[in-house]
Design a protein around this ligand. Structure first.
Ligand SMILES: C[S@@+](CC[C@H](N)C(=O)[O-])C[C@H]1O[C@@H](n2cnc3c(N)ncnc32)[C@H](O)[C@@H]1O
Length: 208
């Protein structure tokens, strides 16, 4: 068991996140190959017809148009990015570093995706506990990461980890909540392929 101490969550830029995200970034944050691999993965893994929360959402959700999932609700920091995300039924703005409590009912979603953003959370365990509250029992959480980041906004512990250690770190965050089972990590794209690497960590909300 790792002790999480406040220094782990220090950032080079501790200014208000709203400042950093006030300008829309209409980009996909990984190369097309990794985004496409994630979309294919989601098409096979998301529950058919399931309601999906895209947490820390932006301009794209890495979902296939014909993915078979149900409505997708986005929560992020920039209204222009969310409005231009065609996968979203609706989007809302909330700084979850300031307010980790999510504005959704218990069991409102069948799945939650959090893509390329875990490194920006300064209260990851509180946020992941909230995700569990918003998932149905047995609902699935998917987080993905690559080797890109906004370095000034990523927490110290993330910056100090290798790609493989980041999967362990996410697993520890999830374990700390006490709300998830079946925590797994897999690499979907190897950097040796010449593309951005892609890793996915998944967990299932405990049924009881
Ligand atoms: C690298 S982008 C990834 C966006 C999107 N998930 C994707 O896969 O393209 C990081 C995103 O994290 C979100 N984010 C960062 N800090 C946040 C905060 N404090 N509260 C809520 N969302 C935040 C922003 O909306 C930003 O678009």
């Amino acid at each position: 068991m790792v002790e999480f101490n406040p220094e782990y969550y220090a950032r080079l830029d501790e200014s208000d996140d709203a400042l950093f995200y006030q300008m829309p970034r209409l980009v996909i944050h990984v190369d097309d190959h990794a985004s496409g691999a994630l979309a294919e993965y989601f098409a096979g893994a998301l529950p058919t017809g399931g309601r999906v929360l895209d947490l820390m959402s932006s301009y794209r959700s890495h979902l296939l148009g014909h993915g078979g999932h149900g409505d997708v609700i986005g929560l992020g920091m920039n209204g222009d990015e969310l409005r231009q995300n065609s996968a979203l039924k609706s989007g809302l703005i909330q700084d979850i570093n300031k307010l980790p409590n999510l504005p959704f009912a218990d069991a409102a979603f069948d799945a939650c995706i959090l893509s390329f953003s875990m490194q920006y959370l300064i209260q990851p365990i509180a946020v992941l506990a909230e995700v569990a509250r918003c998932l149905v029992p047995g609902g699935v959480f998917f987080t993905s990461y690559s080797n890109r980041l906004f370095p000034t906004k990523a927490v110290a512990v993330w910056r100090s980890c290798s790609d493989a250690q980041r999967a362990q770190l996410i697993g520890q965050y999830l374990n700390e909540t006490g709300a998830y089972d079946d925590i797994r990590a897999e690499q979907l794209v190897d950097a040796a392929s010449g593309h951005d690497p892609l890793y996915v960590v998944t967990a299932r909300k405990r049924s009881a």
